[in-house]
Design a protein around this ligand. Structure first.
Ligand code: SME
Length: 319
């Protein structure tokens, strides 16, 4: 017989692949509740979403109809939200304030679902047996709930012309979303034409959203250093200008340590000061649609990266 630990370990890659093919949060919740419900044979498996300041509203679920609204602090769901924690209830009759949507439900677990740290929903699972859930379920259900909006992290890479750079990052396993745009300039909502004059302060940049469990930031930045000349100031390939400068821009201060270690390592190896910026992302504006996935739409279009770089990106495998 499989242990709980083994069952969850086998299930996590399935969850990742289900999530990575779909950006829409409702579709993700719908498929996730179906997967968990059928894998484990729970009584009720679903989501309540934060709809107002103090109200959860029923989201995608599997099982019999349930109450549609739960106020903050009420029931197990509202308590998990208010107290910002997972709650395991071995016996619902002993949880004061438990909202009984059905007398069939005997035990329950409620796990907060976070988007960039903020609770945006709860995952609620009910069982027909007493004591179904324990610490192992809490640990893995938290990981699973984290998959709806992640664990997603964001990072911005300026690597010269953004057309080739986007194609490169898109090919890396664990990269879930990319878009090209203009970073860290001073003009609001610049157009490509304006950025092209080199007077708006922006760098052509790829916004990369990734799953750090599949591709950690350290690996991403190492791959990034393969596609740039880190000693070249404001020039990559044939492209020249401050808009083609290189840089890594982060939003989470915790990323700075990981990034600066890699910067230091490369600097030591090259024995020269890098021309690559390492800064907080101060602004990012998505470029016009025709720049998005440009090389997919324009086969043979201009690309300053060598074809081997795309082979390198496609070869990355989770360690
Ligand atoms: N028991 C939950 C209410 C939702 S149903 O279980 C589907 C609670 O007490 O919050």
């Amino acid at each position: 017989m499989q242990t709980k630990e083994e069952k969850y370990t086998a299930l996590l890659p399935v969850v990742h692949s289900l999530m990575s093919g779909e950006e829409d949060e409702i579709a993700r919740m719908a498929n996730l509740s179906a997967l968990l419900h059928h894998e484990f044979g729970f009584w009720w498996t679903g989501f309540y979403r934060v709809a107002e300041d103090d109200m959860l509203v029923l989201g995608p679920f599997q099982g019999p109809p349930a109450c549609s609204r739960i106020r903050i602090g009420k029931g197990v769901c509202g308590t998990a939200w208010a107290e910002d924690r997972t709650i395991v209830v071995p016996d619902v009759s002993k949880f004061s304030g438990h909202i009984a949507c059905s007398s069939e439900s005997k035990s329950e677990i409620v796990v907060p679902v976070r988007n960039h740290g903020r609770i945006v929903a709860v995952l609620d699972i009910d069982s027909r047996e007493l004591g179904t859930f324990d610490k192992t379920d809490a640990k893995y259900m938290e990981k699973i709930a984290d998959c709806i909006y992640g664990p997603q992290r964001d990072i911005w890479f300026a690597a010269g012309c953004f057309w080739g750079a986007q194609k490169f990052f898109k090919m890396i396993q664990g990269v879930e979303f990319t878009e090209v745009g203009f970073a860290n300039g001073w003009k609001e909502s610049p157009t490509y034409k304006e950025v092209y004059t080199d007077t708006t302060g922006h760098a052509e940049c790829v916004h990369v959203r990734y799953n750090p469990e599949i591709v950690p930031l350290k690996e991403l930045v190492r791959l990034y250093f393969r596609i740039i000349d880190p000693l070249s100031l404001n020039r990559q390939g044939e492209d020249e200008g401050t808009r083609y400068r290189t840089g890594v821009y982060y939003e989470d201060e915790r990323d700075f340590d990981i990034l600066s270690k890699e910067f230091f390592r490369v600097e030591k190896k090259l024995g020269a000061q890098l021309a690559v910026e390492l800064r907080h992302i101060s602004s990012f504006y998505r470029a016009e649609e025709y720049h998005q996935d440009y090389l997919d739409k324009t086969p043979g279009g201009y690309c300053h990266l060598s074809p081997e770089m795309f082979i390198l990106a496609a070869k990355y495998k989770k360690k």
